[in-house]
Design a protein around this ligand. Structure first.
Ligand code: LLP
Length: 432
């Protein structure tokens, strides 16, 4: 286990603080982030762009983890965000995030959401489909407002990842399909509008991708399309958004390229292909979510009951589970856990780290080597920073955990633990 920091007594450190101290202060289940690690990843991506001497924007895909504190960190790092709902947009607004650095995504934005985005003057609306294009054209005209848009295109490339998180294949609910000519039709409609300004194009082929090959195919397809569009319509994209999807390490089986390294290779492909088609330089945008926050997140749980049957793998149960991390149940996602006060302890057995929810599928880790654990021990599940809290629920009416940011040995509560009172806050009696 060399992915985590420990002190001289083998305690897990998060942002320089002992995990067990955080637990003492904030209880469990507790979601913690090493903020320094988030910043480091962002800076490493920036450096790759700077070295490539390309105009760029890094847009944090905030669906991975969106809270006021997170938007504040992103703002401090001076990168963009993408939002996919009025709720994310509202949170960003409350964090005073600069609206010109916001892109608004989504395959079914409501009229209210579109109006909200126009009221706030978000930087780019990423238009996904013909209905949205029609609504937006109408809205922009009614309001006599110029609206900058990016067209989301579907390049017809499938990424090697779980089917639920593939998005680039032609048969996808997202985007204008390139192969069938939809994308070109969309461009013609958008260019015909007096109020829509088509700044560029967008692709996103999926998430948790390790291989360069899918990206390469998609980039080549996209740039070839742009070369055609230049010939046909004299259209030039100012922005080429390559989406997100860089994979991260969850277990020792995973061997992803470092996101900065992967980005470097992708930019090389972009440069060569732009040249090949004699296309002018555009601003290259990326939208990473998971790779920015995933590795920086640690979920801390307290061990409760255990069930042991001779010949079967033990169930060791913790005080959270699918309500704070649905990914194992939803995608068979795998994680790694460690004992927080003895990270490198000798392995005694392989256990199933089970959650507390009333569902057999609520197993956080199917096969985790562990020392013997006792009630009250604290375990940390690693790399839970992306799509954990953001997909959390109140299933079984369990309150959602607190979230703590840790940086330079300082911890700060950034999302309060829900209370039982919070759980019934929206309930109304049927009978008085
Ligand atoms: N851009 C677009 C248009 C996207 O749809 C996504 C993710 C991203 C960027 C960011 O992708 P990332 O860098 O995080 O891979 N809940 C799933 C992941 C869903 C991803 C949805 N879109 C999971 O837990 O694995």
């Amino acid at each position: 286990m060399n992915r985590v920091s420990v002190d001289s007594e083998d305690n897990l450190l998060i942002g320089g603080c002992k995990a067990i101290d955080l637990v003492e202060k904030y209880q469990t289940p507790l979601i913690t982030y090493d903020v320094g690690m988030i910043r480091k990843t962002i800076r490493s991506l920036k450096q790759v762009f700077d070295e490539a001497s390309l105009p760029y924007a890094i847009s944090y895909a905030s669906k991975a983890f969106a809270t006021i504190a997170m938007y504040q960190v992103i703002k401090e790092e001076r990168i963009h965000i993408d939002v996919v709902s009025g709720g994310e947009l509202y949170t960003a607004m409350e964090a005073n995030f600069p609206m010109e650095d916001v892109s608004f995504h989504g395959n079914n934005k409501s009229l209210e959401e579109l109006k909200m985005a126009l009221d706030l003057n978000v930087g780019e609306i990423v238009v996904d489909n013909f209905n949205e294009l029609a609504t937006l054209t109408q809205l922009a005209k009614e309001r006599q407002q110029k609206v900058s848009i990016i067209l989301r295109l579907t390049p017809g490339v499938s990424a090697h990842t779980h089917a639920y998180i593939q998005t680039g294949q032609s048969d996808s609910k997202f985007g204008f399909d390139i192969d069938s000519g939809q994308a070109l039709d969309a461009l013609k409609i958008a260019l015909a509008s007096e109020f829509l300004i088509v700044d560029g194009v967008h692709i996103h082929i999926g998430s948790q991708i390790f291989e360069e090959a899918g990206f390469e195919l998609a980039i080549k397809k996209l740039l070839k399309t742009l070369a055609n569009w230049r010939t046909l319509l004299n259209f030039t994209a100012k922005i080429i958004n390559l989406g997100g999807g860089f994979g991260i390490k969850y277990t020792d089986k995973d061997d992803p390229k470092d996101p900065a390294e992967l980005l470097k290779s992708l930019l090389d492909i972009v440069k060569v292909t732009l040249n090949q088609y004699d296309l002018p330089n555009a601003s290259i945008w990326i939208e990473p979510g998971r790779s920015i926050v995933g590795p920086a997140g640690y979920t801390l749980y307290t061990v409760g009951t255990q069930k042991r049957v001779a010949g079967l793998k033990p169930y060791v149960t913790v005080d959270g589970g699918m309500g704070d991390n649905i990914r194992p149940a939803l995608y068979q996602a795998e994680y790694t856990a460690v004992k927080a006060n003895n990270v490198n302890a000798a392995v005694a057995e392989e256990v199933r780290l089970a959650g507390k929810y009333c569902e057999s599928g609520d197993i956080l880790i199917e096969n985790q080597p562990m020392p013997l654990l006792r009630q009250g021990d604290v375990v940390a599940v690693l790399a839970t920073g992306a799509y954990g809290y953001s997909m959390a629920s109140n299933y079984n009416r369990n309150p959602r955990p607190a979230v703590v940011f840790v940086e330079n040995q300082r911890a700060k509560l950034v999302v309060k633990r829900e209370t039982y009172a919070d759980l019934i806050k929206l309930d109304l009696p049927y009978k008085n």
